[in-house]
Design a protein around this ligand. Structure first.
Ligand SMILES: Cc1cc2nc3c(=O)[nH]c(=O)nc-3n(C[C@H](O)[C@H](O)[C@H](O)COP(=O)(O)O)c2cc1C
Length: 197
């Protein structure tokens, strides 16, 4: 976003060369250069098919509150669809952001980690323990099919705490489950917990 001409060049070249829609995702810019309105216009004028706006600056990282007013500003000025992003944590937040900003769609990041059901409009508390257990199995199986048995399990372990964090699981058990080095032991402990529920 510090080099608007480069953004223009990239979008122009990509949108001419490709047959698929080329979309952009931006933050608000930098604290000393909050140029999201300019960049959004550049994306639109150079063939961008849609734009997602994360309502934070580079320096903010994931902290502070996402600025939904800025998303509304982009939506008001744009002719291409605008996807709002930042701090949609619950199903209710989806409609709240749409109403507040007028955006055409909502992008969800962190709230989907451990709750992929949010895309089916279910908050985490609405998902039964059994459905959750099955999802953990499925996610692990697919990770292993993709990355191989061992690596798939190790990479999966970073997701496990998010799946388990809403359970009233004793802390020591959770720590023990997510630090297992063997997928079989991991699943046995997990299943034993759910069977006992
Ligand atoms: C696990 C994870 C991976 C992400 N990967 C990307 C990425 O590859 N590109 C990107 O632009 N943003 C990425 N993000 C940021 C999100 O798209 C989003 O902008 C940010 O999390 C704010 O939305 P949220 O409040 O819904 O989390 C990622 C976020 C998470 C949690």
């Amino acid at each position: 976003m510090r080099t608007p001409l480069k953004v223009a060049d990239i979008f122009q070249k990509l949108s001419r060369a490709l047959t698929v829609p080329v979309t952009g995702k931006i933050r608000l810019g930098w604290e000393d250069c909050r140029n999201y309105r300019l960049i959004a216009r550049i994306i639109e004028e150079n063939g961008g098919a849609a734009i997602a706006v994360h309502g934070r600056t580079q320096e903010q990282g994931y902290s502070g509150k996402a600025n939904w007013d800025a998303i509304a500003e982009v939506k008001q000025a744009a002719r291409i669809p605008v996807i709002g992003n930042g701090d949609v944590k619950t199903v209710a937040d989806i409609e709240k952001m749409k109403r507040y900003t007028g955006c055409d769609a909502v992008m969800i990041g962190r709230a989907a980690v451990g709750n992929p059901w949010i895309f089916a409009r279910l908050d985490r508390g609405q998902v039964s323990a059994e459905v959750l257990r099955q999802m953990v199995h499925q996610h692990l199986r697919r990770n292993q099919a993709f990355y191989g048995e061992h690596k798939g399990f190790i990479l999966f372990r970073k997701h496990a705490p998010s799946y388990l964090k809403f359970q009233n699981m004793p802390r020591a058990l959770r720590t023990s489950i997510i630090s297992q080095v063997d997928a079989g032991n991991f699943l046995s402990l997990l299943d034993a917990y759910y069977t006992a529920l």
